[in-house]
Design a protein around this ligand. Structure first.
Ligand code: ADP
Ligand code: MG
Length: 239
């Protein structure tokens, strides 16, 4: 579903991705971990073409991301991305936030879109918040709405970039639980997280990035017995 082949990315003279290659199969959950600045967010953003790569190739759900003829709208329907900041529209209700893209991008009628909103909100445990405004919700609830909003586009792949790191510790659990349930439902996911226990529990595979490269990768066992000093150092600090 996702394939990185020798991906390089520069910001000016700064090399951020330095020959990154990995694959994510259908239904697989892969956690991307690594120190701040190691290129995790950039890798994720390149998948959705929020950034363009300098060399190499990324394919996702059959789209060649660097193809100049690529239809961005199709790519972004297939790939849902959720960030640390929820970016909900404050002046719109939860329902309106969720139905905006289905109505305008997919031309869905109002009634169908509302049913869809109820469905995806039920998935994240917030069906009763349909008519609330973002400011009436906790941070954890807002993040769950952001996830529901992504799900409403029926993506084939979901990307998560440190979606709990802006939340108070007592609110992270409810968001992680939603992601776990998505994993159980068979959703293909690539997630950047610094919650090591969560990564170990939910991911089929861990990719440790270091200085713009995949430094170590494998099943979650690598967190318990790292083979490189860099990963050993990282989990030692992270746990
Ligand atoms: P991570 O998510 O692993 O913390 P990032 O992908 O955000 O790492 O950043 C990798 C490096 O790229 C960092 O050195 C960061 O400062 C730099 N960087 C990220 N975004 C930009 C940008 N838009 N312009 C210039 N440098 C950037
Ligand atoms: Mg980041």
């Amino acid at each position: 579903m996702i394939s990185f082949q020798d991906v390089h990315k520069f910001y000016g003279n700064l090399q951020v991705l330095n020959g990154v290659s990995f694959d994510v199969a259908k239904g697989e959950v892969v956690a991307l971990i690594g120190r701040s600045g190691s290129g995790k967010s950039t890798a994720l953003r390149c998948i959705d073409r929020l950034e363009t790569i300098s060399k190499g190739q990324i394919t996702v759900c059959g789209h060649v991301v660097s193809d100049p003829k690529l239809q961005l709208r199709k790519l972004r329907q297939d790939v849902g991305i959720v960030f640390q900041s929820y970016n909900l529209f404050p002046h719109l209700t939860v329902e309106q936030n969720i139905t905006l893209a289905p109505r305008w991008v997919k031309k869905m009628d109002r009634r169908k879109a509302k049913d869809l909103a109820v469905e995806v909100l039920t998935q994240v445990g917030l069906a009763e918040k349909l008519n609330s405004y973002p400011e009436q919700l906790s941070g954890g609830q807002q993040q769950r709405v952001a996830i529901a909003r992504s799900l409403a586009m029926r993506p084939q792949v979901m990307l998560f970039d440190e979606v709990t790191s802006a939340l108070d510790p007592e609110l992270t659990g409810e968001v992680l639980k939603v992601i776990e349930e998505l994993a159980r439902s068979g959703m293909t996911m690539l997630l950047v997280t610094h919650e090591m226990a969560f990564a170990a529990g939910v991911a089929n595979r861990i990719i440790f990035m270091h200085e713009g490269r995949v430094h170590e990768a494998g099943p979650s066992d690598i967190l318990r017995s790292p083979s490189t000093p860099e990963l050993r150092n990282f989990v030692g600090v992270g746990l």
